[in-house]
Structure formats: structure tokens, C-alpha cells
Design a protein around this ligand. Structure first.
Ligand code: INI
Length: 155
């Protein structure tokens, strides 16, 4: 199932923070690359983009919260890659990241975009970050951030 992206996104003047996880950075660097390219296509200026790296997806929410609390940030994009191993660690990190990120959005009333992949295999992650095929979740996240920042500013 493919998500429908809104056409004619205008990110001019929108200030975007990105929190990216270093764990599995062979995937997250690709997500970030796609995200930055798409933000620029939407008209977001380099000077309005801040990127912070964290050790793993578990650490994303606390940094997302710090960014979301800043007046000068209109949306936060969270990028991570959680790939199932042999233990339940995968589930714990995936749930903590997902619920933590959602909590930041609700508490701060800011768009916090969920770009944390949770896949069974490395191959599945390749297919979602543009290494295999054309899908890149980072690109989708850029569009969602611009769309949501615009929507929230109008409500
Ligand atoms: N962090 C990830 O982002 N992806 C993973 O696949 C992963 N696994 O599998 O362990 C992972 N773990 C690290 C975790 O996010 C924290 O950085 C660590 O537990 C320290 O708090």
C-alpha cells in the first residue's frame, strides 16, 4: 500500500530539525540523504535545517522533545533503523521509539514525523531506504513534515 503524498508542498520558511540514529547508519544515512533532498525540493532552506545524531533509536525521543520545545522549530523528523535480531531487544527498542515519538508530538503539539524503520531483515530495510528500488522513507518524512508544519500553522 502506497501513501498518497500531497502535491505542491511549500516548505519556504519552515524550520525543520532531524534526529537520526547512528545504529545501522548504513541505512539511516540513506534515509537522511533522501530526507534532505526532498526538503530542499519543497523549498526548505539549508539554514533552516538542523541535524542531530543519537546513538540508537531508543535515544530519539528525548532529543526530539528538546527540539520540539524550541519556538524556532516547526517540525521534527525522526530517522532510525531497527532490524530484528535474535532477542526481544528489537521489540523493546521499536516500541520505546514509537511511543516516545508519539508522546513528544502530543505533549508539544508539534509535528514529530516517524521515520523509524522496523524490519525483519536488512533486505527489507534496503527496500525502504532507496538502496534497493526507489522507495525512501526519508523522502516521505520530509513531505509529511512540510505538510504538517503548514497545516498546524493554519489551525
Ligand atoms: N538501535 C537501533 O536504532 N536499531 C537497532 O536495530 C538496535 N538494536 O537492534 O539493538 C538498536 N539498539 C540500540 C538502542 O537504540 C540504544 O541505543 C541502546 O540500547 C542504548 O540505550
Amino acid at each position: 500500500m502506497k501513501r498518497k503524498l500531497q502535491r505542491s508542498l511549500n516548505g519556504k520558511g519552515k524550520r525543520i530539525a532531524i534526529v537520526a540514529s547512528r545504529f545501522n547508519d548504513f541505512i539511516t544515512k540513506e534515509l537522511l540523504k533522501g530526507c534532505l533532498e526532498e526538503l530542499k525540493k519543497c523549498g526548505v532552506k539549508d539554514r533552516d535545517i538542523t541535524v542531530a545524531w543519537v546513538p540508537g533509536s531508543f535515544e530519539i525521543p528525548v532529543v526530539a522533545l528538546r527540539f520540539a520545545q524550541k519556538k524556532k522549530v516547526d517540525a521534527v523528523i525522526c530517522l532510525g533503523a531497527i532490524i530484528r535480531g535474535e532477542t526481544i531487544h528489537f521489540d523493546l527498542v521499536a516500541y520505546a521509539a514509537a511511543y516516545g515519538i508519539e508522546e513528544v508530538a502530543i505533549k508539544t503539539n508539534k509535528p514529530i514525523i516517524f521515520g523509524v524503520l522496523a524490519t525483519e531483515t536488512v533486505d527489507q530495510a534496503y527496500k525502504r531506504c532507496g538502496i534497493k528500488g526507489n522507495d525512501n522513507k526519508g523522502r516521505d518524512c520530509a513531505c509529511s513534515a512540510v505538510e504538517m508544519a503548514d497545516l498546524i500553522s493554519k489551525l
